[in-house]
Design a protein around this ligand. Sequence first.
Ligand code: ADE
Length: 225
Amino acid sequence: MRIDIITVLPELLKSPFEASILKRAIEANLVEVHFHNLRDYTSDKHKSVDDTQFGGGAGMVMMVEPIDKCISALKEKRQYDEVIYMTPDGETLKQGIANQLSLKENIIILCGHYKGVDQRVRDHFITREISIGDYVLSGGELGAAVLCDAIIRLIPGVLGNETSALTDSFQDNLLAPPIYTKPREYKGWQVPELLFSGNFPKIEKWREEQAYQRTKERRPDLLED
Ligand code: ADE
């Protein structure tokens, strides 16, 4: 998989890809992530990427031309499955979207800034608009990092244990059950006895029940879907 990220702040975005699972995924060539500085696609000496709104109103708007030049240059080299725009008014990121996107070959992610992009960018280039939640960030970069993390960990081979992504919270619309590790007892706090029974069908059933209970208590909306 190849991800091209278009941003005015590439330095803000790089560090999540330089550690842990994302770093290993890149080093193992399971994913390529490329950053494109929108200012490299400007034609004036100030390298302007934004301007004031037509019709008046506070806040700057990202101009169509640098974005067109950047996306068109990328599209000349390969076909893209999706051109995603990170924006608070997009569809809210859910596990299902990450699952779908992890199966794509090439995607572009455009990070918005200021008031956002000129509507013509959205009308003519963007195939999908994603929000990471109902709050407004200063730009799309942190949202893009969240989206990439959610996608990349699902690519086969990225997680050491192939099954572990399948037992995450939200796969199957259920939260994950409680988990325990050593020591068996700490300050008198015990691990449920059943987990030492060796009765794996029973343990599996307990985990399913716990996941269901936890979901019912914390996120009943997930059970309605
Ligand atoms: N840009 C600004 N706020 C955002 C959000 N909540 N999700 C994605 N991109 C954003």
